[in-house]
Design a protein around this ligand. Structure first.
Ligand code: MEV
Length: 491
């Protein structure tokens, strides 16, 4: 075992010394490197690494080190510092200016973490054809999206409408003077809040957005003395987090100052607890659907089931996700396979999008499917209604070179159009997943897509891969079957 790992390690070192960036080396070499680093960490050095980690001291001033110093320091905490450091260095962009840009997206950056950037063609949405960029590491997601997109493009495509685009922010505060007094003075405070935020909102107002409403919310039935200023915003084509948070902090200052000088209010205690936008945006909502005729006895949806049988099985599959939380979570995860991939590709905040969607999926008190099936007048309709606050200006959207490219590929959509595109990708992935699940099952197709990953694990050459792909057209894919196949052709 040890000698094998040492051999791997030596190969890894050799590889590193060749200076591997810039795509000159084969996947095999990368896989070799991956295994030489991580099999060591996982299998041989587990105990020593654990010991090593126990001895790591509190680090001060880490952020002030330059990148090489950071890499050296981090690497000194693992078994093979040279290999670890070289692996990180190998991920850096060849253009120092581009690397600087990536570094500055975050802090303490010591490398780049690559995700595949793919494209799903044939997305016909409201009559317009898109090639949809998708950033995702899971094999079969892009294939599933592409398959569904093509299938539905031949049947009228995706239909989509944005129902509303409002966003919410809150100032959370406590006040022990009772609701009546606060309520009576609030219109004046609200006027002051509008006035004090004018310099923040001027540009947004020019673009047709701004503050839509500022309300006082009594939350004292939940927590004594707890109130909110709840504001509604239209942030046009920006996601608007910074805009909203700046307005909210100004509201908080206004409220605090007003309460301090007003002789009726300053007899009581007012404390601002926090001011922050809400990522729950149920009023930033898009509805996307596909629909098709159900023909008795026909096989247009599936090779094995007639239309009537297929739509019935499909509807039951979705119904199950509406009533069972275990299934709903996986079902919605399949939707976010598509949505997240587009959100990431366009430089948007996938954590916000996911958090919001899952909260929305629970809006009736039970976590449930975000999609639904309607069958009426011989028509099958598959619908996704999902909130998402996306931006096409600001944030990383035009700063990350690939996000910019994605938006260009999509024809520089506004935020409304991007909501439709991302939700169509979600619906496409959901359609493919549920269709596979209620017909032939998911694993056969999934493992076929995963075959290349398994072949890479076993360090297959390009010729071996060709033979394997051919062989596994008719065989079940698993780690052991791929290993046995490779052994049989390597003899
Ligand atoms: C896998 O990433 C996603 C699925 O599990 C979704 C689903 O079960 O509906 C296939």
């Amino acid at each position: 075992m040890n000698s094998w790992l040492n051999a791997q390690d030596a190969m890894g070192k050799q590889f590193c010394h060749t200076g591997f960036p810039n795509g000159k080396h084969s996947v095999k070499a990368y896989v070799l490197l991956y295994y030489s680093v991580f099999s060591q960490a996982r299998f041989t050095n587990f105990a020593t690494q654990t010991e090593r980690m126990k001895n790591i001291r509190i680090t001060s001033g880490f952020s002030r080190l330059d990148k090489n110093q950071k890499i050296n320091l981090v690497s000194s905490n693992v078994a093979n510092p040279e290999l670890f450091g070289n692996t990180l260095l190998g991920t850096l962009h060849r253009d120092p200016l581009a690397q600087k840009l990536y570094d500055e997206f975050s802090e303490n950056t010591i490398g780049n973490y690559y995700f595949p950037y793919g494209v799903a063609p044939n997305f016909l949405i409201n009559g317009k054809m898109y090639m949809v960029p998708m950033v995702i590491e899971e094999s079969s997601v892009v294939a599933a999206a592409s398959g569904a997109a093509k299938f539905w493009a031949e049947r009228g495509g995706f239909h989509s409408e944005v129902i509303s685009r409002h966003k919410i922010g809150q100032v959370h505060f406590t006040w022990n003077g009772g609701i009546a007094l606060l309520k009576s003075i609030f219109p004046e405070i609200r006027r002051q809040m509008h006035f004090n935020t004018e310099r923040i909102t001027a540009n947004m107002v020019k673009r047709g957005g701004g503050i839509l409403a500022i309300e006082l919310v009594d939350m004292t039935d939940k927590i004594p003395d707890y109130y909110q200023v709840k504001a509604t915003f239209d942030t046009r084509d920006s996601m608007g987090a910074n805009f909203i948070n700046s307005c909210l902090e100004e509201f908080a200052d206004t409220l605090r100052d007003f309460a301090a000088v007003n002789t009726e209010l300053n007899r009581y205690s007012l404390q601002i607890i926090m001011s922050i936008l809400s990522n729950y945006t149920p009023d930033c909502l898009v509805r996307t659907w596909v629909e098709g005729e159900i023909k008795e006895g026909a096989h247009s949806y599936d090779d094995h089931y007639t239309d009537t049988e297929f739509v019935s099985r499909f509807r039951t599959g979705v119904r199950i996700a509406q009533v069972d939380t275990y299934r709903a979570t996986t079902h919605n995860k399949g939707i976010y396979n598509g949505i997240d991939a587009v959100v990431l590709a366009t430089g948007n905040d996938f954590r916000a999008i996911e958090a919001c969607g899952h909260a929305y999926a629970s809006r009736n008190g039970q976590y449930s499917s975000l999609s639904e099936v309607e069958i009426s007048d011989h028509t099958f309709r598959f619908i996704l209604e999902v909130p998402m606050s996306l931006g096409t200006v600001g944030g990383l959207t035009h700063l990350h070179p690939l996000a910019k490219l994605s938006l260009q590929l999509l024809g520089d959509p506004d935020a409304t159009e991007l909501m439709m595109i991302a939700s169509a990708a979600g619906l496409a992935n959901n359609y493919s997943a549920v269709k596979s699940l209620v017909t032939k099952g998911i694993q056969k197709g999934h493992m076929k897509m995963h075959l290349l990953n398994i072949l890479n694990v076993y360090l297959a050459t390009d010729d071996e891969k060709k033979l394997a792909i051919d062989y596994f057209k008719h065989e079940k894919v698993s780690h052991s079957s791929v290993n046995s196949f490779l052994e049989s052709i390597r003899i």
